[in-house]
Design a protein around this ligand. Sequence first.
Ligand SMILES: [Zn+2]
Length: 234
Amino acid sequence: MLPDPLPHRTLAVPILMYHRVGGVSPGAPSITRALTVPTAQFDAEMRWLHDSGFHAITPLELFAALEHGARLPSKPVMITFDDGYRDILWNAAPLLHRLRMPATAFLITDRISGADPSFLTWAEVKRLEARGFSIGSHTVHHLELPYLPPREAFVELVASRAALEEHLHRAVPWFAYPSGRFDATVVGLLRKAGYVMAVTTMHGDLQRAASPYLLRRDAVYSGFGVRGLEGLLR
Ligand SMILES: [Zn+2]
């Protein structure tokens, strides 16, 4: 539950945004190539985080620290994956599990167990959870919410959360905006739909308790590598 009124605390917690991890076919569109981090590169980035003393945290830990003053480990970082591609189960989850680094996946519920085999099935989502992933919503259809009539945007928020909670038997109060797009109306709808925290694609690591639906997050692209990550987290 969000405290009322919201506190004025700020915390420096970098949140990293990944999409896919693995190989890409040479003919893939440039956006797919940019959003797919090769497995070896991902491994190097996670090992560097681990060996540099970063502690991966869950959204629940971030929420408890930001809104209720709970303590965080030193050098906290939140690792997130958008859209729910299946390759994160094979190429990211095993290493994260070995390094005891929790992560978060924001899923597009209409794609889960859908026609496109590049996305996770419900059984695989449960395996991700067993490997230490927290699950959040990324809507039903990945439409840009500010351009939808508010009633339709609200259905995207409520129906995706309901589907996740029905399959996973736990509360799913975390959210990521499709394409990072939001406005004041969408933020109001999120609160009404029962979410308590949402990540954006606004750069930076300064998270504000007074703005739990506007958490800052940085994308990690293919080719960043350890050096790129180091620059981001300095
Ligand atoms: Zn997305």
